[in-house]
Ligand binder design. Structure first.
Ligand code: SF4
Length: 336
C-alpha cells in the first residue's frame, strides 16, 4: 500500500531557541542560575502546507532567520518540535538528517558570501549532486547545465567556467537558486533572497522563483522584512515580533484585514508607487526591545499606541478571530 502524503510538509510546535549570552563555559558556570539568554524564538507554532509559499516577516531581530534555520535542521531547538514530512528532525541520527537535507535547500541572502570564490559557478551548482548522488557523476555536468538554463544563466556553457566575481549580482543570485534546486528539494528556505540584488533585477528574480515553484512543485519558506515583496510571492504569512507570532493567516486576508496594531503599522509603512499618495501611518516609535529581557505582558506594549494596563501584565495568546486568521492581541477585535 502506498502511504498517502500528508498535506502539511512542515509542522512547528512551540518552538524556542534561546542563546546564552555568556559565550564560554567558564562564564556560563559562574553565571549559574543567573545565566542570561537571548530569546531569539520564544514559543512559535505554525504549519507549512505542501506546495505553498509561507512567509515569515518582521523587523530585524524578530527571529525570522533563526526560525528558518530551525525549520531545516541547521539549528537545534532549545524546546519544541520541528517535523518535516511527518518526521521529527530531532529524532534523526546525523546520517539520516544529512539525507533528509537533500529535500530542504536554502537560498541565502548574500550570494557573494555563500559562493566559494575559488570554485567555478558550474562546480558550485553541481556540489549538491556530488554530495547526494555521487553514483551519478557521469551526468552531473549535464544536470548542472540544464538547471543553469532554467534559471536564465544562458548560454550555460559560457557561465559554467566563470567565477563568482566575473558575473553580476543578479547572475550570482541565479547561481544560488540553481544550486538550491539541483538536488530537487521539496522545501526551499529563501532567506531575504532578493535583498542584496539590484532594484532593477528584483522583480525578475521574484518572477523566476514563482515560475520555478510551479515547475518543480516547490514549497517555500520565504523570509523577508519587506511586506511588498511578500505580497508578490506568499500564499500565507506570519508576522513576527520579538521571537513570537503577532498575526498569521492567508496573505490577502492579512493585507486586507490586518488586526494586530504591529501588522497595521508595518503595512501602513509600505511605500506606495504613487507620488500623490501619502503614507497614512508611520512605524511606531522606538526600537524592538532587548530580547534578553523582553517586556512583560504583550511584548509590543512599549510601542503600541493602543496599549492598556492589562497589556503590560497579561501575554495575549494567538486566537483565531476570522477563518484561518490568528492574532495575538487582547483588543484585536476592535481593530479588525
Ligand atoms: Fe497593543 Fe495591547 Fe494589543 Fe499588545 S495586546 S498589541 S499592547 S493593544
Amino acid at each position: 500500500m502506498v502511504a498517502e502524503k500528508q498535506n502539511d510538509l512542515v509542522e512547528i510546535k512551540n518552538l524556542k531557541k534561546w542563546f546564552p549570552v555568556e559565550k564560554n563555559f567558564l562564564d556560563q558556570f559562574f553565571a549559574g542560575r543567573h545565566l542570561k539568554h537571548v530569546r531569539a524564538v520564544d514559543g512559535v507554532s505554525f504549519t507549512i502546507k505542501r506546495g505553498e509559499a509561507f512567509g515569515l516577516a518582521g523587523e530585524s531581530g524578530s527571529g525570522k532567520t533563526t526560525i528558518g534555520r530551525l525549520a531545516i535542521g541547521l539549528e537545534t531547538p532549545t524546546e519544541g518540535q520541528v517535523k518535516f514530512d511527518g518526521v521529527d528532525l530531532s529524532s534523526l541520527q546525523p546520517e539520516a538528517l544529512r539525507k533528509m537535507r537533500r529535500r530542504m535547500q536554502v537560498i541565502f541572502q548574500d550570494p557573494m558570501a555563500s559562493l566559494n570564490p575559488r570554485m567555478t559557478l558550474g562546480d558550485s551548482i553541481s556540489q549538491g549532486l556530488k554530495i547526494h548522488f555521487p553514483e551519478q557523476a557521469a551526468t552531473h555536468r549535464d544536470t548542472a547545465l540544464s538547471i543553469m538554463e532554467k534559471v536564465g544563466l544562458t548560454p550555460p556553457n559560457y557561465f559554467f567556467n566563470k567565477y563568482p566575481h566575473q558575473v553580476s549580482g543578479g547572475q550570482r543570485q541565479r547561481v544560488v537558486i540553481a544550486r538550491a534546486l539541483i538536488t530537487r528539494p521539496e522545501l526551499v528556505l529563501a532567506d531575504e533572497p532578493i535583498a542584496m540584488a539590484d532594484v532593477s533585477v528584483r522583480a525578475m528574480l521574484l518572477d523566476l522563483m514563482v515560475q520555478l515553484k510551479k515547475e518543480y512543485s516547490l514549497t517555500y519558506l520565504f523570509i523577508t522584512h519587506d511586506l511588498a515583496t511578500a505580497k508578490y510571492i506568499c500564499d500565507r504569512i506570519a508576522i513576527l515580533y520579538l521571537g513570537q507570532i503577532a498575526e498569521l493567516g492567508d496573505l490577502p486576508e492579512i493585507y486586507s484585514h490586518p488586526m494586530h496594531p504591529y501588522t497595521r503599522a508595518l503595512l501602513a509603512a509600505v511605500p506606495v508607487p504613487d507620488p500623490h499618495s501619502r503614507r497614512t501611518q508611520n512605524m511606531p516609535e522606538g526600537e524592538i526591545p532587548n530580547p534578553i529581557d523582553p517586556p512583560s505582558g504583550c511584548r509590543f506594549h512599549p510601542r503600541c499606541p493602543f496599549a492598556k494596563k492589562d497589556c503590560t501584565e497579561i501575554q495575549p495568546q494567538l486566537r483565531e478571530l476570522r477563518p484561518g486568521h490568528l492574532v495575538a492581541c487582547h483588543y484585536a477585535d476592535q481593530f479588525g
